[in-house]
Design a protein. Structure first.
Length: 284
């Protein structure tokens, strides 16, 4: 990566109350155990902040702990060491103020599109009289208003992901955590949803952490791209994306940033490959 715009992550500082970030990780470490009781370090000394309303993309090689990172932010898991904070307070567990968007939409097949969104609202405790209006509003926001009564199997893959996005945002979370939600889509549908996600983010002001393997996608979407190392995962570099919105994939400066980040990602991937080859019994 070029030196301009790229820097080592800053040391932790104690902010003034008015500048407390929406999300904060400090020296986070996560260790899992294999079936044989052997420790595997997934994350090691991860520290970064996400400001309120910021759009941050996380990229890195397979197995570097990107999904584990999202689970910690969501409160679905706890760190082995360090701190995960929301608005300056330790994250105790999952809550409606943080929504997860997965690679697979995971819609309930026996419910209509509207029924899937309304169920999320009911579980969040939204009064019955408000659910229908809010469901209709969010389905319109993702251009699915006329498909409210459709079953998930009647929708294209891109439409199902839109429905999942409407379901996630209908509860009006402060934070949206997205785990490669567009990875299984064709290129054309992916670009359409990238633009729609940007629009929804700009309208709602939701804080967004988006995991992807696609550097081009990260540069197109993010205010800031964070690069994770080969496992055990830690954050090595960040790139602030200053291109104005709406963005153009053909922008020369954006293309250069994409190439720079991809060069560094390729080096981390090479470390993973070299380690896997070195671990083969026939290479001993």
């Amino acid at each position: 990566m070029s030196q301009q715009g790229t820097r080592a992550l800053p040391p932790a500082t104690t902010p003034e109350p008015s500048t407390v970030p929406k999300l904060r990780l400090r020296a986070v470490r996560k260790v899992f155990e294999t079936a044989r009781g052997e420790p595997v370090v997934a994350l090691d000394d991860v520290s970064f902040d996400v400001g309120t309303g910021e759009f941050v993309c996380v990229v890195g090689p397979s197995g570097c702990g990107k999904t584990t990172l999202l689970h910690l932010l969501a409160g679905l898991d706890r760190p082995s060491g360090g701190e995960v904070l929301l608005d300056g307070t330790l994250v105790p567990g999952p809550a409606p103020d943080r929504a997860l968007l997965f690679q697979e939409p995971a819609l309930f097949p026996w419910l209509s599109v509207a029924g899937n969104v309304e169920l999320a609202l009911r579980l969040a405790g939204v009064p019955r009289e408000d659910r229908r209006d809010r469901t209709a509003r969010w389905l319109e926001a993702v251009h699915l208003g006329r498909f409210a009564g459709a079953q998930p199997h009647e929708l294209s893959s891109g439409m199902r992901q839109r429905a999942a996005l409407a379901r996630a945002l209908a509860c009006e979370p402060a934070v949206l955590l997205a785990d490669e939600p567009f990875a299984s889509l064709d290129a054309q549908t992916r670009e359409i949803l990238q633009n729609e996600l940007q629009g929804v983010w700009q309208e709602t002001g939701v804080t967004l952490v988006f995991v992807t393997h696609n550097v081009r996608e990260a540069v197109f979407l993010a205010d800031r791209v964070l690069l994770m190392s080969a496992p055990p995962g830690t954050l090595t570099l960040e790139e602030r994306i200053t291109a104005p919105r709406p963005r153009d994939y053909e922008d020369v400066l954006m293309a250069k940033v994409t190439v720079d980040i991809h060069d560094h990602l390729r080096k981390e991937v090479a470390k993973v490959v070299a380690r896997e080859i070195g671990d083969r019994p026939d290479r001993a």
